[in-house]
Design a protein around this ligand. Structure first.
Ligand SMILES: [Zn+2]
Length: 396
């Protein structure tokens, strides 16, 4: 057993429970040295930490998310891989006549914000001695996990929907991962990946939607925004919303800053869904009927049954924010508008900007407020799909 695991085990056995997995349905607790990705009751697990980050905890000479190592359950020194992820620019942008901010997370090593969660999760799994993983993804998480698996010598197999952008598939394969195309919706892809995992045969299900370590990485988004705004928080943050890894991470990060006494409250979090696949919007509106989805160009947020749905709604409400929806036309328009001011983003990301347009027109965010939009994924990954969007080219 590694020194790291011995230490975790020691703390757990002494019932100090400094850091452990917790199931909010049945109340079970798990030590971090247990190789699990969900609770035995079937629910997902959360990581309970004594997290709190203070200004003085930041390691200033590290220009990556590892500058916030104090708040992370994995430390850089004992890690296997970093691709120098994080600390992406916070750009001041004039969007439709108002001053706003874009968080340029599409400038990550694998071209999407997922690298935040992946670097923490993969380094943690490596410590556990995991040698082979399977994962399901609409593309970006798959590409990210394939990249970090390659760099840390973990064998990797990614299950993706048949409709995934060609660019993402090329990327996953080039990183050396095996790609499995699965017909049907996103949920069928997850079922196929879980069926392939087998703990007895050392094949671990390393899912960005399930594994608690993923949110530990995405929470650094909150730390960066706070630091880059000069130790301040914006009024609003807008992000594309599918499985919730950015929204849940943002909430956790701000919560830890709140616990440390560094901020006074959590900013309003707005999650934007494609109207064609908007189960969380439906829930937010109080509908209890199961949502039936239709295809959307925002492939990265096309999840019919997000596993952390209740938690996502709860956190968004607690922040004073909302879930909003946008049409396919609005997404395509926002994609073009972004490109015309120099930002080449994928349709999933454009959904967030279409959301900003709606929130502005509804008066839910205003000109006087500071709003940050998370630009989650790079357009280059989806060029094949973008080129087929009717009316997307200005000169046609
Ligand atoms: Zn449970």
């Amino acid at each position: 057993m590694s020194k790291y695991l011995k230490q975790i085990n020691y703390l757990y056995k002494r019932r100090r429970y400094l850091i452990y997995y917790f199931c909010n349905v049945c109340g079970s607790k798990y030590s971090l040295d247990e190789i699990v990705w969900n609770c035995s009751c079937g629910n997902y697990l959360s990581l309970i930490t004594e997290g709190a980050l203070k200004k003085d905890d930041i390691i200033n000479e590290r220009y990556s998310l590892w500058r916030y190592e104090k708040a992370l359950p994995v430390k850089l020194e004992s890690s296997t891989v970093t691709l120098y992820e994080g600390f992406t620019p916070l750009a001041k942008v004039n969007w439709k006549g108002i001053q706003t901010y874009f968080k340029l997370d599409y400038l990550m090593p694998s071209g999407s914000f997922k690298d935040r969660g992946t670097t923490v999760m993969i380094n943690f799994l490596k410590k556990l001695g995991i040698k082979k993983i399977v994962e399901d993804s609409s593309g970006n998480a798959g590409a990210s996990i394939a990249a970090y698996s390659a760099a840390s010598n973990i064998e990797c197999e990614i299950f993706v929907p048949e409709s995934t952008s060609a660019g993402k598939l090329v990327q996953i394969r080039l990183y050396g991962a095996k790609v499995n195309l699965v017909p049907g919706n996103r949920d069928k892809v997850a079922i196929a990946a879980i069926a392939k995992s087998n703990i007895k045969e050392d094949v671990f299900y390393a899912s960005h939607n399930w594994h608690p370590m993923f949110i530990e990485g995405t929470k650094t988004l909150a730390f960066e925004i706070w630091e880059q705004l000069g130790w301040d928080i914006p009024d609003n943050i807008v992000a594309p919303l599918g499985g919730g890894s950015s929204i849940l991470g943002l909430y956790k990060g701000f919560e830890e800053l709140l616990q440390a006494g560094e901020i006074s409250h959590i900013p309003k979090l707005f999650g934007i869904q494609a109207q064609n696949c908007s189960p969380l919007y439906s829930m937010f509106q109080g509908n209890t009927k199961e949502f039936k989805a239709s295809p959307t160009i925002a492939e990265g947020i096309a999840l019919e049954k997000p596993i952390k749905a209740n938690a996502i709604i709860e956190k968004i409400k607690a922040s004073g924010g909302e879930v909003e929806i946008v049409t396919e036309t609005e997404i395509a328009d926002a994609l073009t508008q972004a490109a015309l001011i120099g930002y080449y983003i994928e349709p999933t990301t454009a959904a967030a900007l279409a959301g900003v347009n709606r929130l502005l027109s509804f008066g839910k965010i205003s000109n006087e407020e500071a709003t940050v939009t998370i630009l989650t994924g790079c357009g280059l990954k989806a060029s094949d799909k973008i080129s087929r969007i009717p009316g997307v080219f200005k000169d046609e």
